[in-house]
Design a protein around this ligand. Sequence first.
Ligand code: IMP
Length: 445
Amino acid sequence: MPATCVIGLQWGDEAKGKLVDLLTADFDVIVRYQGGANAGHTVVVDGQTYKLHLIPSGILNPAVKNVIAAGVVLNPETLLAEIEGLEKRGVAVQSNLLLSSRAHVVFPWHVEEDRLQSSRSVQGEQIGTTLRGIGPCYRDKVGRLYAVRLGDLGRADFRDIVARITAAKNDYFAAIRGSETSVPLDPDAIHAQYQQYAHRLQPLMVDSTAFLLDNAEAGKRILLEGAQGALLDIDHGTFPFVTSSNSSGVGVSSGSGLPGRWVERVLGVMKCYSTRVGGGPFPTEQDNETGAHIRKLGNEFGTTTGRPRRCGWFDAVAVRYSARLSGVDSLAVMMIDVLSELPEIKVCTAYEIDGERVTQFPAHADDLRRAKPVYESIAGWQKDVRNVRRLADLPSPARAYLDRLSELLQRPVGIVSVGPGREQTIIAHSDWDCLVERGLARRAN
Ligand code: IMP
């Protein structure tokens, strides 16, 4: 049975966690394959809110295996805190979580490097990272000399590895800290701490690549859960204002180890407006009352950092690009309830760049920064839709809005979300009927 992917189509925070949790009833294995604890997936089950950073959202379903695959950068401290938090709430984690021994490990020096770089600008703006050490860890992975994988924590020479890396990092910090006093990293303390982590995580470690290939070949149903959003993709996003992994659909294979031929279906998740955290161009941003209204009603504050998110109108140029890039065949439109009070809703259908009308998403942030959105106006519905459960019961302007989004993105809308709860979900396309209904039934039992 081939795999299904869930990919965010904007700059992250598209409410993918809710969807993955809902869909898990129909899968045997759920996989996180890129990013790290920079992600924040919120899942609301039976009125209880769970905030997950590293652990796949499927952990709330005791019947599925959850895999953190090779492409993830893993901070053991964060992961253990997340495991403990879930276990305290009665979630069975140990028996349902597998960690790739190939995943790269985030160390305190990565977090410190992230912090030190955070005040620096690129192209006149700060990237505004989540300060979780994600970029520095991926940089060391690519550089290889200072990289440590989860499986390395148990090596006989792990103490020597830590000593070698801390010596190099201490030199680096001394050179770049300037007037800031620098407390050198203590290799013994770090080694002791990471040995403890290794002891606790060892029982969960597997060769996830082999595990996933075996499961795919055995016909198991696999759901791959993307983190962040396609526009933050390191190679195809709004570089340099991106994350450090392939967060669009193109990252699925490299991060999980499953060849693309196993991926049968890609669900693209998007909010019916846009948000962005951190720096970088955002043509449809509404730094005004409309943006503040969306932020308030959508509770648009970062799950990981608590930062207020920048809010704006839906950008069909950007999302058409990210949907194509990610091979999306069906759309999940989230947070439609957030726009309910607005008398008028705008959608960006093209950009004007240096006087020219453009419908192709620019490759360079400088061009995107100069893009002026060309808007189409759509009447608001001004009705509470949070209790609507069937597409036909949505107010007609809301249906017209969904139809227009589908037309602009050239893809059918499969799922519409009218609130954070699992039951606040409309199945708009028969392809998703059984999946979502089984998910809802599971929760009701
Ligand atoms: P980093 O991934 O922490 O290096 O941050 C790089 C950029 O990606 C920053 O603009 C972050 O705000 C953004 N980012 C990283 N993870 C997420 C996420 O899960 N949601 C939204 N934005 C994110």
